[in-house]
Design a protein around this ligand. Structure first.
Ligand SMILES: Cc1cc2nc3c(=O)[nH]c(=O)nc-3n(C[C@H](O)[C@H](O)[C@H](O)COP(=O)(O)OP(=O)(O)OC[C@H]3O[C@@H](n4cnc5c(N)ncnc54)[C@H](O)[C@@H]3O)c2cc1C
Length: 345
């Protein structure tokens, strides 16, 4: 029997794609090597648009409300409260488990396995011993499927500006219901309350940093965390920037981080990935070339604000303008608010 959709990767976006497939009446199997709940280095801030997209899928994970975004640098502070709805800080394991439950409830099959080579003919694609009409590669930042199909664009030169993320949780009363982005000299600390007494801190910046040493660059944050027990290990991910030459190859589509990634600085990965998962299923059709062109257009629309605004902010963050980012945001609240709303919706 040929399945309708094979999803490689059971992270949040693979599971969302499986739910989308079932809601569209398609048969679907997800192949994921790790046991649920899968953890990963992530800032764990779901923007209002992500919370709404999850609700549409019937997924409502527990977490801590997020009312907006705060930028801090020294004594300068810029706040923006979301205009219409709230975001949510959600432990990564909670999010993945809630999505897996919903996918299972709708009849998606989730199997343990690691996808390897992909073979295609005119009618179907075969991978991990499973034959399907379509394969959605949701296998993350370093997507083996993307590499196998030659869809990744190699980084140029030595890339001294490559950025990584490392994250840890602390048992401490949440002191804020805003995502706080503390701007240091070359590292940002991204703080998300995920429960009343659990706060995640992701550090974004150059490689080879010790977590505690990097945190010392943020004395205000250190005071909040003083004496707080840590929960679980430090987890890391990177390099964050991943480019792709195309999002489709025959009956294979790249979705989520596998389709390309700019940076975690604006906390957009899940929201953008959910939009891609929706588009990847909505654009399936009998004419492969036409369906792929439709997905490429939808992917481009769904990721445009994220690509443009996050790349712009990163460019400023890596330039002498860096020290002026928070003062500018504080001095121009309407501009700052417009950008945050654009990214969060
Ligand atoms: C430090 C950091 C902070 C972030 N902060 C935020 C934030 O605050 N808000 C936000 O929205 N986003 C944030 N992001 C981005 C977000 O984490 C990602 O966009 C999101 O995880 C993408 O989900 P995904 O399902 O595409 O990939 P992943 O979550 O990476 O899942 C990929 C899955 O594929 C599986 N896989 C890999 N290889 C294979 C294989 N060969 N066969 C089968 N399965 C395979 C993996 O086991 C994994 O489960 C952050 C990212 C980082 C690194």
């Amino acid at each position: 029997m040929t399945l309708d959709v094979l999803v490689v990767g059971g992270g949040p976006i693979g599971l969302a794609a499986a739910i989308e497939a079932r809601l569209a009446g398609l048969s679907v199997t997800v192949v994921e090597p790790r046991a649920t709940p899968v953890d990963k280095a992530c800032g764990e801030g779901l923007m209002p648009g992500a919370v709404a997209a999850l609700a549409r899928l019937g997924v409502d994970p527990a977490g801590h409300r997020l009312a907006g975004i705060r930028y801090l640098s020294g004594t300068r502070v810029a706040d923006h409260l979301f205009a219409t709805s709230q975001g949510r800080g959600v432990r990564r394991t909670t999010l993945q488990a809630a999505l897996a439950r919903r996918a299972d409830e709708l009849g998606a099959q989730i199997v343990t396995g690691r996808a390897g080579a992909v073979e295609q003919d005119a009618d179907a694609v075969t991978c991990a011993g499973i034959r399907a009409r379509w394969l959605l590669a949701c296998d993350g930042l370093h997507s083996p499927v993307r590499r196998g199909l030659g869809l990744e664009v190699a980084p140029r030169g030595s890339h001294p500006g490559r950025r990584y993320g490392i994250r840890r949780h602390f048992r401490v009363a949440a002191w804020t219901d805003l995502v706080e982005v503390h701007w240091g000299r070359d590292v940002e600390a991204y703080v998300t309350p995920v429960d009343d007494d659990v706060v995640g801190v992701a550090l974004l910046g150059p490689p080879h940093r010790d977590y505690d040493d990097s945190l010392d660059a943020f004395p205000g944050l250190r005071r909040h965390l003083a004496g707080a027990p840590t929960i679980g290990p430090v987890r890391g991910a990177g390099p964050l920037r991943q480019r792709t030459s195309a999002r489709t190859a025959g009956r294979v589509r790249l979705v989520g981080d596998a389709s390309g990634y700019v940076d975690a600085l604006t906390g957009e990965g899940v929201r953008v990935g959910l939009a891609q998962a929706h588009a990847a299923i909505a654009s399936l059709g009998p004419d492969v070339a036409a369906a792929n062109a439709q997905y490429e257009r939808a992917w481009s629309r769904a990721t445009r604000s994220y690509r443009v605004l996050t790349s712009g902010l990163l460019a400023a963050a890596g330039s002498p303008l860096r020290a002026g980012i928070v003062p500018l945001a504080a001095a121009t609240p309407r501009l700052y608010g417009t950008i945050v709303e654009r990214l969060a919706r």
